[in-house]
Every structure is written in C-alpha cells, then in structure tokens.
Design a protein around this ligand. Structure first.
Ligand code: PGA
Length: 253
C-alpha cells in the first residue's frame, strides 16, 4: 500500500549553519517521537546543503531530495545540476514542476516530462507538482489545469515507471499565503487525480501512488487534511523551516 509522505521544501532559505541546526533539531525531535511505520520523511534542502543533509540521513531518520534538476543529461549548461550528479550522491528524490519554477523560470509541462525522464533513468523518484492559480480556480478550471499538467508531464511513462512517481497537488493560491485549501477541496481534487491515474494505468497503480497536498500546510491543519482518504501527506514549505512544526506535521497521520 502507498506510503504517507511528508516532504520539506526549504526553497532558497537558510545559511549552511542554520541548515545544519535544522537537521539536528529534526533528528533530536525524531528521537523523542518516532514517525509512524508507514510514514516517510524527505528533506529537500538547497543544492549546496545536499551532502551535509545526506550525511545525517545515513542514520535513516529521513531521506533526501533535491528541489530541481536540469532536463539535459550533461554538458555546457552553466549553473545547472544533472540527475546523474544527484544520483552519484545517492539522492533518492527530486521535486519537479514546482509552481515557482513554472512561474519564474518558464518550466513547461514538456520540460517537466523531460526532467522526470532524466530522474527515472537515474533511479531518482520525482515528486511532481501540479496545481491551479487563483484565476483558474475562480473560473472553475482547476480540474482541467491539473489534468493537463499530469497528462502532459507524466502520461508518456509506462506503468512501471509511473509507479515511481509521487504527486504533489499544490493550489498556487495557497502557497506561502496562509490560505489553505479546505480538507474537502483537497480531497475532491486528490480523488480526481487518483481517478485520472486509474483510467490510464489501472486501479492498482493508482492505489499505490502517494498524492501529497501542499500550500500553507501546518501543524494546526495537517491532521484534518491528512485524514482524507486520498491525501497521503504533504509537501511543506514555510512550516518545514521549523523543526517543531515540521515534525509535528509528520506526526499528524
Ligand atoms: P508553503 O509552500 O507550505 O510555504 O505554502 C508549499 C510549497 O511551495 O511546496
């Protein structure tokens, strides 16, 4: 059966020392209170801190993910990081298609599809983000938008490869705004996504896919969000920068 997953997206925050403190605080908290057996915690720090976090993760409290990857294999792409590089550091997960990358760096569904391919070639599991902006929600277009993002970004995969995918539904109007989707809104669209997957790959693949919610998820609302049958955890931004909050969210299943 699918895992419950809580992934922390640190975005472009923290100095090296602060990042080191945060990991240590998370580890201390996890020594006090253990995660549920079916819960996986993933930390997604900025690239320069991956190795430091990876060293701590050898104690297996959590796994490590990157926040982005380039869609080419290698070569003259100054400033970019490839899936092969991540794989050579034994990074196991990578966020793809985050709304900030789509909005600020022109990431398209076609690029998401290529990044997913590079990651899977390197045995890294993609955490693929989808979600509508406010105007789309207000126009009732959220299903159309999410369906296009998932089909164009992922449905070229065969069922075996799709089995490696983790999906994060993140309504853009809820990211960093303090405005959270209601548990009903989250469940509605998560069920819609699972149904899309079932239509394409069958019920078993759909039932095994973890679908995370993201957007102002915090300890005070995590429990009611995660209580929904199709919400399998969260991709956490702001609240993942505080060890207490993040661990409490991970204990909310
Ligand atoms: P937030 O960010 O929790 O700060 O809203 C979520 C995300 O962007 O992944």
């Amino acid at each position: 059966m699918r895992k419950n997953i809580v992934a922390g997206n640190w975005k472009m925050n923290k100095s090296f020392e602060e990042a080191d403190d945060l990991v240590n605080d998370i580890m201390t908290k996890l020594e006090e209170k253990e995660l549920g057996e079916n819960t996986l915690m993933i930390l997604c720090p900025p690239f320069p801190y991956l190795e430091m976090c990876q060293d701590y993760s050898n104690d297996s409290y959590f796994a490590i993910g990157a926040q982005n990857v380039n869609d080419n294999e290698k070569g003259a792409y100054t400033g970019e990081v490839s899936a092969t590089m991540l794989s050579s550091m034994e990074i196991e997960y990578c966020i793809v298609g985050h709304s900030e990358r789509r909005a600020y760096y022109g990431e398209t569904d076609a690029m998401v599809a290529r990044k997913v391919d590079r990651l899977l070639e390197n045995d890294i599991r993609p955490i693929v983000c989808c979600g509508e902006v406010l105007e789309e929600r207000e126009a009732g277009k959220q299903f159309e938008v999410v369906s296009r993002q998932i089909k164009d970004g992922l449905f070229h995969l065969d069922a075996e490869k799709f089995g490696q995918i983790i999906i994060a539904y993140e309504p853009v109007w809820a990211i960093g705004t303090g405005k959270t989707a209601t548990p009903e809104q989250a469940q509605e669209i998560h069920a819609f996504i699972r149904n899309l997957i079932a239509e394409k790959y069958g019920k078993e693949v759909a039932d095994n896919t973890s679908i995370l919610y993201g957007g102002s998820c915090k300890p005070s609302n995590a429990r009611e969000l995660f209580a929904n049958p199709d919400v399998d955890g969260g991709l956490i931004g702001g609240a993942s920068l505080q060890a207490d909050d993040f661990v409490n969210i991970a204990l909310s299943f």
